[in-house]
Design a protein around this ligand. Structure first.
Ligand code: UFG
Length: 338
């Protein structure tokens, strides 16, 4: 079975590609390297001993996309490619809507033309907006998102539902990720954003290796256990497994299915700092700063549906993820300096 993975050299994509290859799937990657590096392809080969087919172009390019579908028999698509920075999306709404929607449209048209029936979509907990209650269940309402990034995910979920209504033979899995963190155990794959990271763990990693002086903790007056924001952090290796399990589910012809992928546990920013310090033995200095606009106080998943229907259960702890993330950052610094 051949799986087309768009954005397959990115953070979640590359870990998923490894799991797919190790699980016996054939993989074709399309990635325009907007937020990833070609060296990741070599690292995937090093980890798995297998070589995915790789095409470098933007999934919005319909002509090039069609060439791939003509050449290869694609049985399933996992669609990761997309812009994902919440703050940036507010500044660049057109770019975000255009890129995230057009890549999805291009793939859906190819599915129609070339008879591909299986589609897995990278959605996000952001579609729940400001939650009325936690833990969040798949049946909780999608809300108006607080950013164009989030709204693009809301729109695509809706589009997939409409497409599924008229294509009863399609199998579509919408996966709503909570907060992916960590890195591959080999130290070869991970998350290394350019510039100052927006997300908590990449920022802490840079403090740990001495690239940034201290962490800014955005707000300590939220109605949470210690006043800092609470999130459901999931190891990227667990998240990757969730995709393989979702693909297996699609092989049973379920139609459209939606799953939260998280751990079911909420961790505050201060708890995360402590876990990181314990896992790595490195002190993470921090300063309390005002709340970051657009942040919700608390957000974590009810993952019982994925557990019951997919057999999905996160097996790594927050500390595992902290240590793996740190080891990757350290290895990456060494590679850059050598
Ligand atoms: N935080 C800090 N300091 C930082 C960065 C983050 O204190 O330097 C705090 C935030 O205020 C928040 C928590 O750490 O309480 C997590 O923040 P992240 O930026 O790591 O993650 P978010 O929960 O804001 O966003 C993530 C993804 C989005 C996705 C969203 C869905 O980045 O793509 O989860 O819930 F939409």
């Amino acid at each position: 079975m051949r799986v087309l993975v768009t954005g397959g050299l990115g953070f979640i994509g590359s870990h998923t590609v490894c799991d797919l290859l190790e699980s016996g799937y054939d993989v074709t990657i399309i990635d325009n390297l907007y937020n990833s590096k070609e060296v990741v392809l070599e690292r995937i080969k090093e980890i798995t001993g297998r070589a995915p087919n790789f095409y470098k172009f933007d999934v919005q390019n319909k002509e090039k996309l069609e060439e791939v579908f003509k050449k290869e028999k694609i049985d399933a698509i996992i669609h990761f490619a997309g812009y994902k920075a919440v703050g940036e999306s507010v500044e660049k709404p057109l770019e975000y809507y255009e890129n995230n929607l057009d890549t999805t449209f291009a793939l859906l048209w190819m599915m129609k033309k070339y008879g591909t029936k299986n589609f897995v979509f990278s959605s996000s907990a952001t579609i729940y907006g400001v939650p009325d209650k936690v833990p969040l269940k798949e049946t909780d309402p999608r809300k108006e998102a607080t950013s164009p990034y989030g709204e693009s995910k809301v729109m695509i979920e809706r589009i997939l539902e409409d497409v599924s209504h008229v294509n009863k033979d399609y199998n579509i899995a919408i996966l709503r990720y909570f907060n992916p963190i960590g890195a591959h155990k080999s130290g070869l794959l991970g998350e290394d954003p350019n510039g100052i990271p927006n997300n908590l763990l990449p920022y802490i990693n840079k403090v740990a290796v001495g690239e940034l002086k201290y962490l800014n903790v955005f707000g300590n007056d939220y109605p949470t256990k210690d006043g800092t924001g609470v999130r459901d952090y999931i190891h990227v290796l667990d998240l990757a497994r969730g995709h393989v399990l979702a693909l297996k589910k699609l092989e049973t012809n379920p139609g459209l299915v939606i799953y939260n992928l998280g751990t079911g546990k909420g961790t505050s920013v201060l708890e995360m700092i402590k876990a990181y310090e314990e896992a790595t033995n490195i002190k993470i200095p921090y300063e309390i700063k005002p709340r970051r606009s657009g942040d919700v106080a608390i957000n974590y998943a009810d993952c019982s549906k994925a557990n019951i229907e997919l057999g999905f259960k996160a097996k790594y702890t927050i500390k595992d993820a902290c240590l793996d993330g740190y080891n990757y950052q350290l290895a990456e610094e060494k590679r850059k300096n050598s």
